[in-house]
Unconditional design. Structure first.
Length: 119
């Protein structure tokens, strides 16, 4: 089994910054893509940022230029640096990872961390 544990959420004023972390542990051979999603109240979960094992990144248009995704492969950890935060960035942020173990690859989710941006 694999566990993803997020941390770093909280309450911040508009224009502020937060850094989210997601650490993966358990039966891991390697991790391919790692992603951050968010879900605002009453809305569907949306992809915020993705980072492949090869270093390719992809960002939602709404966060491009403000958020940066990075990873520490040695520690199976992915980060999301969020700058110039806006009230519309408020939501629960979830980590997602494609984990390889042996011949199989499976997707896993963290439990989520709340980010609240006040105006």
């Amino acid at each position: 089994q694999v566990q993803l544990v997020e941390s770093g959420g909280g309450l911040v004023q508009s224009g502020g910054s937060l850094r989210l972390s997601c650490a993966a542990s358990g039966s891991i051979f390697s991790i391919n893509a790692m992603r951050w999603y968010r879900q605002a109240p009453g809305k569907q979960r949306e992809l915020v940022a993705a980072l492949t094992s090869g270093g390719r990144t992809n960002y939602a248009a709404s966060v491009k230029g403000r958020f940066t995704i990075s990873r520490d492969n040695a520690n199976n950890t992915v980060y999301l640096q969020m700058n110039s935060l806006k009230p519309e960035d408020t939501g629960v942020y979830y980590c997602n990872a494609n984990v390889r173990y042996g011949l199989s690859e499976n997707g896993y989710w963290g439990q989520g961390t709340q980010v609240t941006v006040s105006s």
